[in-house]
Design a protein around this ligand. Structure first.
Ligand code: TRP
Length: 362
């Protein structure tokens, strides 16, 4: 069996820099590396509906935004399959069987679900669909026999849940499903990029995001307003780099060649940090440097997005073709699952024979 990638995003908004360093950038590299036999990228609209049931229009509007962000970043439908989750009904059937292999208390222990329940203020009125989305996510992953799931740290509990389901399924019904591995960003700053206000995570509702589709002005304004070290008041004051958002972003984006291009007085990020910590280096200078780097990263993405925006019908056609391909693959896995569970009654000549014998001569 080859190496297969499946990953995806909920279409609840445009994608931002957190998505980019957490997974998107890596996906494009993996797509182009040739190391994977197949790559599936899923727009997880059905999962997005688990906590947006009253606002399907939001999801409907954002599917195209996510697709545009994918293409703008360099995901290439000639090389990989991009599809929409809800168009693959086989995923629901898999989830229905997997639900029997998971206990309520196990789902209650999922740390990501716990945090999300708190963030959404669900307290005790948790939609059942939302509560069980880790099971549905196991279907997404196993339907494509994914070996590898490139994703952010917050997805780790989902992959662990999937692995448990796979092991339990295979133990009960025989070796059928593939156990996946998560592929996390290798750089600590990319594991969880903070919001521009220094809060733990970029989130639309906190208004602390830099979107891949933001204009150059938007990006500059966000960077210039970024949270730094509140104790670093005058230029000559010593500053902290830990918990300083500008430096966290530099950790995520800065490469040695950026110094030659934009800040030739310094040879490396370490040197810049040392100067900041010693005092005598102003926030504005560091922010301008970060802005130059981010513009360099985002400019080509922005330009390509504009181009793709000119032919929206073509993008829906691409998503439809991708969904058809994905459906064929998921259907083959579902057939294996049904066979393993021995609920493929009508294809089971042995069963029909055995039952005939049992009833003959009664
Ligand atoms: N949970 C992911 C998110 O919050 C989206 C997702 C759904 C996903 N199914 C997946 C990610 C399968 C990786 C693999 O964005």
């Amino acid at each position: 069996m080859g190496k297969i990638i499946l990953t995806g995003d909920r279409p609840t908004g445009k994608l931002h820099l957190g998505h980019y360093v957490g997974s998107l950038r890596r996906r494009v590299e993996l797509q182009n590396s040739g190391a994977f036999d197949r790559v599936f990228i899923m727009i997880a609209d059905a999962q997005a509906l688990t906590d947006n049931a009253d606002n399907p229009e939001k999801i409907r509007q954002n599917i195209i935004e996510v697709a545009l962000d994918y293409l703008a970043c360099g995901l290439d439908p000639e090389k990989i399959t991009i599809f929409i989750q809800s168009q693959i009904p086989e995923l629901c059937e898999l989830a229905f069987y997997y639900m029997n292999l998971v206990t309520v208390s196990r789902l209650q222990r999922n740390p990501t679900v716990k945090t999300e329940i708190q963030m959404r203020g669900f307290s005790t009125s948790i939609p059942v669909g939302f509560f069980t989305y880790p099971v549905s996510q196991a279907s997404d992953i196993t339907a494509f026999r994914a070996t590898t799931v490139p994703a952010g740290e917050d997805q780790e509990p989902m992959i662990e849940q999937t692995r448990e389901i796979v092991r339990r399924f295979n133990a009960i019904y025989g070796d059928t499903l593939v156990e996946p591995e998560i592929l996390l960003p290798d750089n600590a700053a990319c594991l969880r990029l903070p919001g521009t206000d220094g809060k733990a995570k970029m989130s639309k509702s906190l208004g602390n995001c830099i979107y891949l589709s933001d204009t150059a002005d938007d990006v500059r304004n966000r960077v210039m307003g970024m949270y730094t070290d509140p104790g670093h008041i005058r230029v000559q004051d010593p500053g902290k780099v830990e918990g300083n958002t500008v430096f966290t972003y530099l950790d995520a984006f800065c490469r040695p060649e950026h110094f030659a291009r934009y800040l030739p007085d310094y040879a490396s990020l370490d040197e810049l940090k040392v100067h900041y910590q010693r005092g005598g280096l102003g926030d504005v200078k560091v922010k301008k440097f970060l802005n130059a780097i981010l513009q360099e990263v985002l400019e080509p993405i922005r330009t390509r997005r504009r181009e793709f925006e000119q032919d929206i019908p073509a993008i829906y056609r691409m998503l439809k073709a991708g969904s058809e391909t994905a459906r064929t693959v998921a259907a083959a896995t579902l057939a294996d699952v049904r066979r393993a569970m021995r609920i493929d009654y009508f294809d089971d000549a042995e069963l029909i024979e055995e039952q005939s014998k049992k009833f003959k001569g009664r």
